[in-house]
Design a binder for this molecule. Structure first.
Ligand SMILES: [Zn+2]
Length: 359
């Protein structure tokens, strides 16, 4: 293998990517793809096999979820049409077309599903225990019934459940539902994932650890919103505690970072920068006690991101037996000044042994 850049002068990290043979050259595109896979790469095609569950909505009539006609499914099962990037599947295509369209670019991850608790951070639709200063209401994205029913179906069938959450009341719902399912049907290594982790209350962390959740957080909320939200809707105190990663790591909870593009730049280095510095658009630092170390931030965009997708045996660190995928940087993010992490340059990537220098 020949590298087109001098690897000895570079710092190399392994990145998470899920494709067999990508022809993209830039780290940004690779990460974008990883994020897409995290959120879209869930599979409805795996059959849920439990026929004896009285709460299973389709089991009496249909063999698998895929056999279940859309007209009979609850709203949460119906896909929306999106404009997917070229080469990606659209959910309404049949399976062979999905595989053809995505050939060589991505694979389905089976046995993963994303459910939705409360609304978005940017629109202030998260559901907050103490409400909003201007008295508007957040919103639930699934009714409690739908959320609980779907959670149980996928839990009992052994899926890893990823849950979109942004408010502390949303997190209460998530944790209560998880606890009930764990009590009824204990599962080891379930890796139930709190996705986005916009706002949480301090008293929830112990419970999160106890129930064994992992966190996939968007730290850019702090960068983009903490100053604005200190004045609008949320108030100063809560705005400083958005994306409570310092406390989560102290509690021993495994943390990964994602961009949720376009909710943050599709740049793992920018995400590391946001989590390590917590500086915002107003040039202030929001909640410095919630900063995380550089090494924790690096883990969060590499090995922990792989762990969230159960791919840590193949991706996420440079080890014998794993895919030789890594990114070559011009500076070492672990020793550079924290406030320069976002300025690190990508020299290129190596993908399954192929050198892909940035132009
Ligand atoms: Zn989401």
């Amino acid at each position: 293998m020949t590298l087109d850049f001098d690897i000895r002068k570079s710092f190399v990290i392994n990145i998470l990517n899920h494709s067999k043979k990508l022809d993209f050259g830039s780290f940004t595109k690779l990460f974008f793809l990883s994020v897409i896979i995290i959120f879209l790469g869930t599979s409805f095609s795996e059959a849920a096999k439990k026929k004896d569950e009285k709460d299973c909505k389709y089991c009496e009539k249909y063999e698998t979820l895929a056999d279940w006609p859309e007209s009979e499914r609850p709203e949460a099962f119906i896909y929306e049409e999106f404009d997917y990037p070229e080469g990606m599947f659209t959910p309404k295509q049949d399976d062979s077309k999905k595989r053809q369209g995505a050939a060589g670019k991505l694979n389905y991850l089976s046995k993963h599903i994303k459910l939705f608790a409360d609304g978005a951070m940017y629109s202030q639709n998260m559901v907050m225990r103490d409400g909003y200063l201007d008295n508007h209401q957040g919103s639930w994205l699934m009714s409690l019934d739908t959320f609980e029913n779907l959670f149980k179906i996928f839990w009992d069938d052994g899926y890893q459940i990823h849950i979109h959450q942004n408010g502390d009341a949303g997190l209460d719902r998530l944790l209560a539902t998880l606890k009930k399912n764990l009590d009824d049907n204990p599962r080891a290594d379930h890796r139930t994932t709190v996705v986005h982790f916009g706002y949480s209350a301090k008293d929830q962390l112990e419970k999160m650890k106890e129930l064994g959740v992992v966190v996939s957080a968007n730290p850019y909320y702090v960068t983009a919103l903490s100053d604005l939200y200190s004045r609008k809707g949320v108030g100063y105190e809560r705005s400083q505690e958005m994306v409570r990663l310092g406390d989560a790591i102290k509690e021993g909870i495994k943390v990964a970072l994602h961009s949720d593009m376009p909710m943050a730049p599709a740049s793992p280095l920018m995400l590391m920068h946001a989590a390590v510095n917590r500086d915002n658009f107003a040039g202030k630092v929001a909640g410095p006690n919630q900063r995380i170390s550089k090494i924790e931030a690096l883990r969060a965009v590499t090995i922990n991101a792989a762990y969230v997708l159960r791919l840590e045996k193949m991706y996420g660190s440079i080890e014998i037996g794993k895919y030789a995928n890594f990114t070559v940087l011009n500076r070492n993010p672990l020793i550079i000044n924290s406030n320069e992490i976002k300025n690190i340059k990508i020299l290129g990537t190596v993908l399954k042994g192929d050198s892909l220098p940035v132009n």
